[in-house]
Unconditional design. Structure first.
Lengths: 299, 637
């Protein structure tokens, strides 16, 4: 019996999660409510069954996520029996940082700074993330165990070699590890696993008529009354879905009729635009946008 | 876009997505590495594989086209290498500096490619990529033939146990697709491969740039070639996990799952073989046996599980089993030993220090290990054995190693999981080496502990005292010997049985063969530690006065003794004060260069992080320091 690629990817992710729990003092799972997070949570439940996963979920919230995301987040935390920690950067909150008025500062303060604050506040020494190597060029070279200095910096030239399935989780006080158990999965693997395992995802991934405006080349959804319409903009009902989910004013939708998982996979396979293209964030700083963000501590 | 039949799934996706998904779901997975010299066209080949399997999206393609024109090396044509070379730093240098993992799939398989660097100084990255690979693609530039680097890469792949080797003779377009050129290279390589023990390989003439024999063969330009295309070959090779499934059952325990008093499961990934409920198993290193009760998963209990799967097992009997143990088939278990011959690949800037303790992680076992001076270093270019005192970054050597606890293992050639290990520096926590165990050394099998009837507790009770090792550490001239002598006098007045081991005195006898290099200093402390331990076993209170500058060695001695018996006493004297005293005139000699490796001058002193007792000799007289120590130690019973 030869295992299929999905069986091997699942076994590898479970192995990685168990190593972290065995060797780290205070692990946490970053939970963004996206499809990759959904897969991660499902794998964690499998890894530690019949016990609940022995770590909390951490949602670094920007207060600008889609309403459907908050609803699913709360339900999943309840169902899994795990503790859900929600962190909102108090400084960003006090200053009213938002994606409409503050541009890149919004991501920097709510997400990058917020994540560092939360990890420091709870003293987590290992954080699971759902990043994949196929997403973006610089991620292809990131280790499964990625070491961060006490100030959360990432040095791409000074990462530990990873041989076989042996992970060195030793670190000095104050240092932490980001761990990426689904590094070797592709977008198609994630979709197919969601379908095969019947994993709950945010309905926004499936096409439905939604109020949208076209702005700066992105198709944005008017998810609540905080969305300031510019002159001449009127929300139009379009059948759209989302390939990735972030803050609703920063996440572009694609026009689509794919209302089932199979149809979404079909469109994904036939499409010619890569997954992160709907996100404004990667386009900063030329070709090396994500790499620069990561050195600063972005996940 | 180059549409060869092998990737023509678009029609199926569009017409019958369910059928396509059913097909994709049952694909197996092959991991392979590509290696070659700097200009052999690795990145171009991988870029081509991704491009042909439609793993490049339109926006990436647009970026690739504009990048190609800006910094590409192919004129106005698409430079596939740019797609593959990721990090900003390396884009400037134009060479791949790390291992990058890429993904593509065909109708039959999903592939993970480790893109390994060809640059001279990056042996460590290649070894990393090879460690998880089922197959290696060795690229050779048809214009250049088999180079020194080709030999090195082939040797490393062979060392890491890769059985499937592909010799891809690339850039055939630049030699006019000349068959004779190809045949000569293949013959050259065959002679070399045989000499290092590669039993077989598959040679394929290709052009990564033009696409010849990548997905279909023979290409129009190579009608003389009668073998498979590269992709066809990759699709047909047997994967490692399939081979492992046929071996005896072994599962290293990662984590004990204990959600409540009624459930105790052992979680791990099966390394080799298969297991069924009711199977008789043995837990190592204890050797206790039981049978498997259940194979537990979230989706319900399994009847059987095989190599590669992550599962949770429960036992029919309550026997001890914890992280680091190995569950194995009862009648064919792996070996347990604490001395081995191994091959090491050194991966850190700081060289190997023979005799120093490193953490050794093998499967889920982490133990302390010391490495002997290498038997020899292997020149990866000529494959000659060279004499070596140590191993430096990117050097490979064979050395004996000793662990402080027995390790469950199998030779690497039989089992990658139970034979492959990493070494971790105890201070910096860096991964400093990768290694492969070959066999256990006879002496560890034949030397057994001789049980004695009068125990160490008896010895101590007769003397009416608790044994201790009072370990004085500090700079030369700090006052260690003076204070230790004073402490011993006071203990003797209290009728305690003591013995003082002094650094200088021991070097006249037991350790007169040792000098002052880092390795000799470590061996000096190891021997003193062993002697102190024997004396503590005899019930004595042992005092030692050695500079013992390295934390790792003091911790090594601490680990030799029962908890609480090692008392680290830091004689804290600033360097200026010790140097001003200069009782033996040694600092003067060291400053003048007459004395090498002198602690504090040209050799470091690592002060204790958490000493049990500290005495400050600037503020205290030796008598006060001695009394302070005695006060801290009492009652000593």
């Amino acid at each position: 019996m030869t295992l299929t690629h999905l069986q091997r990817l699942e076994a590898e992710a479970i192995h990685i999660m168990r190593e972290v729990v065995a060797e780290a003092e205070r692990p946490v799972m970053l939970y963004s409510v996206g499809k990759d997070s959904a897969v991660m949570l499902h794998l964690a439940r499998k890894a530690f069954y019949p016990a609940p996963p022995p770590f909390p979920l951490l949602h670094v919230d920007t207060t600008w996520k889609f309403k459907d995301m908050y609803a699913l987040r709360d339900r999943m935390a309840r169902d899994s029996g795990m503790e859900l920690l929600v962190w909102q950067n108090p400084e960003a909150k006090a200053r009213g940082i938002n994606p409409f008025d503050h541009g890149p500062l919004h991501t920097d303060m709510w997400k990058t700074e917020g994540l560092k604050q939360a990890l420091d506040h709870y003293v987590f020494d290992a954080a699971f993330g759902g990043a994949r190597r196929d997403e973006e060029k610089s991620r292809a070279k990131e280790r499964v165990f990625s070491f961060r200095t006490a100030s959360h910096g990432w040095d791409p030239k000074n990462q530990r070699p990873e041989l076989w399935n042996l992970y060195n989780a030793r670190k000095a006080k104050g240092e932490s590890i980001r761990v990426f158990p689904i590094s070797n999965w592709t977008e198609l693997d994630v979709w197919q696993y969601i379908q095969l395992e019947g994993i709950d995802i945010v309905p926004l991934y499936l096409a439905a008529p939604r109020p949208t405006v076209e702005r700066d080349g992105l198709l944005l959804m008017v998810d609540d009354e905080r969305f300031p319409l510019r002159e001449g903009e009127t929300p139009v009902m379009r059948s759209v879905r989302f390939r990735t989910l972030g803050c609703y004013p920063l996440t572009g939708a694609v026009e689509s009729e794919a209302a089932t998982l199979s149809e979404v996979i079909q469109e994904t396979l036939l499409t010619t635009t890569s997954e992160r293209q709907g996100r404004a964030i990667d386009k900063d700083a030329g070709g090396a946008g994500m790499e620069v963000k990561k050195q600063q501590g972005y996940f | 876009m180059n549409s060869e039949p092998i990737y023509q799934t678009d029609a199926l996706i569009a017409e019958d997505i369910e059928a396509y998904l059913a097909q994709h779901q049952h694909k197996t997975m092959l991991r392979f590495i590509t290696c070659g010299s700097v200009d052999d066209g690795k990145s171009t080949l991988i870029g081509r594989l991704l491009y042909d399997s439609k793993m490049i999206f339109e926006d990436q393609l647009a970026a690739l086209e504009s990048d190609s024109k800006r910094v590409g090396t192919q004129g106005q044509e698409i430079d596939f290498a740019l797609l593959v070379d990721g990090l900003a730093a390396e884009r400037e240098q134009g060479i791949t500096i790390d291992v990058a993992y890429r993904f593509f799939s065909t109708e039959k398989r999903k592939f993970i490619v480790a893109d390994c660097p060809g640059h001279e100084q990056y042996t460590r990255n290649m070894v990393t990529g090879a460690s998880t690979a089922d197959l290696a693609v060795i690229l050779v530039d048809a214009r250049k033939g088999v180079l020194v680097q080709t030999r090195r890469h082939s040797y490393l792949c062979h060392l890491l146990g890769i059985k499937n080797v592909v010799l891809a003779v690339n850039k055939m377009d630049l030699v006019g697709y000349d068959r004779a050129t190809y045949d000569t290279i293949v013959a050259d390589y065959a002679a070399f491969a045989r000499s290092i023990g590669i039993e077989s390989f598959t040679a394929i003439p290709i052009s990564g740039f033009k696409g010849d024999n990548i997905t279909a063969a023979p290409s129009a330009s190579t009608p003389w070639y009668d073998g498979p295309s590269l992709v066809e070959h990759l699709e047909s090779v047997e994967v490692l996990s399939g081979v492992d499934a046929g071996k005896p059952f072994r599962m290293p325990v990662q984590w004990v799952n204990r959600p409540n008093l009624d459930f105790r499961g052992f979680a791990g990934q099966i390394a080799t073989g298969s297991v069924k409920s009711g199977d008789a198993v043995r837990v190592l290193p204890s050797g206790k046996t039981t049978t498997i009760a259940r194979i537990v998963t979230l989706d319900g209990d399994l009847n059987e599980a095989v190599a590669g799967q992550s599962v949770t097992l429960t036992f029919a009997d309550e026997i001890d089993c914890s992280r680091g143990d190995v569950i194995a088939v009862a009648d064919d278990p792996p070996q347990v030993a604490d001395q081995f011959e191994s091959t090491l690949v050194w991966m850190a800037d700081e060289a190997l220090i023979p005799g120093r303790g490193y953490w050794l992680k093998l499967a889920t076992q982490t133990v302390s290990a010391t490495i002997a001076e290498p038997k020899y270093e292997i020149d990866v270019n000529s494959l000659e054995h060279l004499a070596a005192k140590t191993l430096e970054l990117n050097q490979i050597g064979v050395a004996e190693l000793t662990t402080d606890k027995p390790v469950v293992f199998e030779p690497y050639a039989d089992n990658r999981t139970l034979g492959g290990f990493i070494l971790i520096d105890k201070i910096t926590n860096a991964t400093v080496a990768a290694g492969m165990l070959h066999f256990s050394l006879r002496r560890s099998q034949n030397v057994h502990w001789q049980p004695t009837d009068v125990s160490r507790q008896h010895h101590a009770a007769l003397k009416n005292q608790a044994p201790r090792v009072l370990w004085f550490t500090g700079l030369s001239g700090s006052g260690k010997s003076t204070i230790a002598n004073e402490v011993e006098k006071r203990l003797a007045l209290m009728n305690r049985h003591t013995f003082l081991l002094d650094g200088d005195n021991v070097r006249h006898g037991l350790n007169k063969d040792l000098g002052f290099t880092e390795a000799d200093r470590i061996e000096n402390i190891r021997r003193v530690g062993e002697v102190a331990r024997l004396m503590a076993d005899a019930g004595l209170i042992v005092l030692t006065a050695f500079i013992s500058p390295f934390r790792a060695e003091r911790d090594m001695v601490r680990a030799m003794l029962p908890e609480g018996e090692f008392v680290e006493i830091f004689v804290d004297t600033p360097l200026e004060v010790a140097e001003a005293r200069d009782v033996k005139g040694l600092y003067k000699k060291a400053r003048s260069g007459e004395l090498k490796n002198f602690t504090g001058i040209d050799s470091p002193y690592e002060p204790p992080e958490r000493p049990d007792i500290v005495v400050n000799t600037v503020e205290m007289t030796p008598e006060q320091a001695a009394q302070h120590i005695i006060d801290k130690l009492l009652p000593l019973k």
